[in-house]
Design a protein around this ligand. Sequence first.
Ligand SMILES: Nc1nc2c(ncn2[C@@H]2O[C@H](COP(=O)(O)OP(=O)(O)OP(=O)(O)O)[C@@H](O)[C@H]2O)c(=O)[nH]1
Ligand SMILES: [Mg+2]
Length: 234
Amino acid sequence: MTKMGRYYRDLAACIPPTPRKKQVLTPMKQVNPFRQASYVLSAHELRQLPPDEGIEVAIAGRSNAGKSSAINALTDQKSLARTSKTPGRTQQIVIFRVDDERRIADLPGYGFAKVPLALKEHWQQVLEAYFQSRHCLRGVVLVMDIRHPMKPFDQQMLAWCQAAGVPCHVILTKADKLKRGPAQATLLSVRKKLPELGSAQVFSARTRDGVEHLIDHLRGWFEFDQDHEQPADA
Ligand SMILES: Nc1nc2c(ncn2[C@@H]2O[C@H](COP(=O)(O)OP(=O)(O)OP(=O)(O)O)[C@@H](O)[C@H]2O)c(=O)[nH]1
Ligand SMILES: [Mg+2]
């Protein structure tokens, strides 16, 4: 070997091998299918609702519990559902469309004292009929303020769900108002009181705590498959 040849051989030996680029598999992230939700109509009577087809999930709860805020958190939209500091704001069944076959129904808040008696009675009847007759109703998200759970109205709603054989998922919202310990204690005590088809979680529309959990739960009810799965950096 020539002097030059040895030089290049020795030089090559000094250069560390180029590390082979490790193939990084992009983790699959599930895109939130509820982001595409849009307003359809507000109904005062059952006959004004869209045809009883496809899959509908209702959001129920006492006035001011945080139903509309939960819908906005779920759909990642600031003002899809109207929120208000004034209890009893949602006084219709407000329908949002997720796609051609899937809908979310924001039910009127019940239990607000200042709503006129006639209107209260009207909604009592309409909601009861809704639970009994709406075949496309796949499940109910029952929103409770975590500081005031399981009021008589909530128990009535759970009883209606049970009677209709409709699953009920309780979200204990405004969890940002409690420390973690008391929030978990409330969750455990609520879970003990749930009927067979019941489940519960902690939630906050303000901090978005529990939003992913709710999305996952609703994916099941709405029978979303892998169509919405995309790479995390998409
Ligand atoms: N801190 C906190 N406040 C919340 C949360 N969710 C809702 N709120 C507040 O609670 C109030 C009522 O919220 P809404 O979402 O309008 O409640 P609703 O159940 O739709 O009320 P009605 O339609 O009147 O029955 C508003 O002032 C919201 O900003 C939450 O997770 N944390
Ligand atoms: Mg509302």
